[in-house]
Design a protein around this ligand. Structure first.
Ligand code: ADP
Ligand code: MG
Length: 277
């Protein structure tokens, strides 16, 4: 990724609602993320942060509203009625939603998802694959990259996250911090337009948090567009362009770190910060 085109809208979230049964988890989310920027999402447990991230790469479908990443609707295609009839006329998939939105097929969703990297709290590496195999698996199988090319770029990525000497190790031979850095390298191997992090350091021993945050900071300096859910306020202050505070399925407050963290306007933001600071 480069910062070419920095400033254009990379993620656009409009009026997104999501319920699980009768529990409304996202209650009308509007959020815009510009290319090259880092957005840190804060909020108490259960406020909907993970669900929001999961809707951005269509691991969860929204009930209403829409999300676009780099100008493409996530999970849907917008088409004129006639064009769509031509495309789907002969019993093709793509359930019609409203007048002009057509749900993408699973294969198309998967393709879209390769452009959005996701780093989970618990690393989620494949335990039976080496570090190098973990990183090359998706580029080779999903993007059909030649193995040699994928290996070369995996080694470069390992170098970038400070793990050049761990290429042949298995995940269980690594510390949590090292595993998470491999997970970041694996996400980068697909050259995503956007990286999503869901509490990337929450499962780590305190002394390992810094090495992972340093890698994320380095990505930020290189202009990687990222949305990071974290409770690391120091990181938010230093790295975020925008801090978003969520509570009870809503964005309560958002703005520059100096505003939201040092001069929160809402009582709920103040109460949350007084607990985590
Ligand atoms: P956060 O990441 O801020 O802690 P989540 O987005 O994980 O919040 O969860 C928000 C709420 O949605 C919680 O009450 C959680 O229990 C509920 N929830 C999340 N995923 C599901 C699901 N797949 N089915 C039912 N409830 C869910
Ligand atoms: Mg969560």
């Amino acid at each position: 990724m480069s910062d070419a085109g920095a400033g254009r809208t990379m993620v656009d979230i409009k009026a997104v609602h999501k319920s699980f049964g009768t529990l409304e988890v996202l209650r009308g989310i509007d959020l815009e993320v510009r290319a090259g920027e880092v957005t840190v999402v804060l909020g108490p447990s259960g406020s909907g942060k993970s669900t929001l991230l999961r809707t951005i790469n269509h691991l969860e479908k929204v009930d209403s509203g829409w999300i676009s990443v780099d100008g493409s609707l996530v999970g849907y295609r917008r088409e004129s009625k006639t064009a769509a009839r031509r495309a789907f006329g002969k019993g093709g998939g793509g359930r019609r939603v409203g007048d002009k939105l057509y749900e993408l097929r699973e294969r198309e969703v998967l393709k879209q998802r390769t452009q959005i990297g996701f780093v989970f709290q618990n690393f989620n590496l494949f335990p039976h694959l080496t570090v190098l195999e973990n990183i090359t698996e998706a580029p080779v199988s999903a993007l059909k990259r030649p193995r040699k090319e994928a290996l070369d770029s995996a080694r470069k990525l390992l170098d970038r996250v400070g793990l050049a000497d761990k290429a042949d190790a298995y995940p269980k031979q690594l510390s949590g911090g090292q595993q998470q850095r491999v997970a970041i390298a694996r996400a980068l191997a697909l050259e995503p337009k956007l990286l999503l992090f869901d509490e990337p350091t929450s499962a780590l021993d305190p002394e390992l948090v810094g090495e992972v945050l340093d890698v994320i900071k380095d990505l930020a300096l290189q202009g990687t567009t990222m949305i990071v859910v974290t409770h690391e306020i120091g990181f938010a202050r230093e790295v975020a362009d925008t801090v978003v505070f969520m509570d009870d399925g809503r964005i309560v407050e958002q703005g520059a770190p100096g505003d939201v963290l040092d001069a929160p306007r809402h009582d709920r933001t103040k109460a949350f910060l007084s607990k985590v600071l």
